[in-house]
Design a protein around this ligand. Sequence first.
Ligand code: R5P
Length: 294
Amino acid sequence: MSPLLFALPGNEAPAQRLATLRGWPLGQLETRRFPDGESYARFLTDVQGRQVVLVCTLDDPDQKAIALYLVACIARELGAARVGLVAPYLAYMRQDMQFKPGEGISSAHFAGLLSGCVDWLVTVDPHLHRIDSLDRIYRIASRVVPAAPAIAAWIKASVAQPLLIGPDAESEQWVAQVAQAIGCPYTVLSKVRRGDHEVEVSVPAVAQWRHCTPVLVDDIASTARTMMAAVAQLHGLGLLAPVCVAVHPIFAGDAYAQLASAGVARIASCNTIAHASNQIDLAEPLSRAVETLL
Ligand code: R5P
C-alpha cells in the first residue's frame, strides 16, 4: 500500500511535489494554534494501519518542533503503522559539542526529541562536522540525500569556467564532491567565527584561476556573514563577481538582502527551505530516499 503524505504548515508545495513524483496520496491534516499559542492538530484522513510520511523542513525549529512532535505522536496514537519524517533541512546540527563550559550538545538533545516520535528520517546534507554520522545521535533509521549531484548539474549548466570555493573547512565535503562531478578546480578557505555576525576568512590562493568565475558553495547560509566575508576577500583580489550557492537557504533577517548587495553575480540555493533563491530541486532524490524506507 502507498504511504500517506501529510504536509506540516508551510510544507504544502514540497509535499505535493513528492506525492506527484511518486503517485503517493496526500492526506489532510488540520493544524492551528489555540489563542494561548498551543498547537492543535487533527488528522482528517484515516491513518490506521498506514505508513505515514510527514513533510516538515526544520528551519525556524523552535516554532515548528512542538507541532511536529504532536502530529507524529497523534499519528501513532491513531494507529499509523509507521511514521516517517522528511525534513530537508535538519536543525540544531551545529551545536555538536560543548564549545564553552555550561553548554550542552543540543544536536543530540534535538535528535532525542525526533527519535522519540518518528520511526525514520530523510534529510539533505545535515551539518555533520564533529559528529560524522546521524546514527551517532539519532536512534532511528535515516537517509541522507546529498545535494552535490544537483548542485554540480546546476553549476555546469549555469556558470562558465567555475572555480569552486568553500568558505571553511567544513564545506570541503560538499565543495570537493561538486568539483569532482563538474571536473573543475576548487579551494577551501579557513574561517574564524568570533560571534554570530562576526566572521573572518583567509585570503584565497587563486592566482592561477583568475580567468574563472568564483562559485562559493556552503551548506548553510544563515546570517550569510560567512559568504559575505569570502565575497569581500574575492573582491580584494580583483576576481570576477562570485556566484553563491547554499544547500540550506535560511537567510535569517535581512541576510539575503545584505548578501545580494555585497557585489555577487548571483545567489542560488537548493529547495530544502522555500526561498526566493531556490534554483536547485531535490524532490527526486528525496522521494527515492523515502522509497528505501517504506
Ligand atoms: C558552518 O560551519 C557552516 O558550514 C556555515 O558556514 C555556517 O553555518 C554559515 O553561517 P552564517 O551564514 O551565519 O555565516
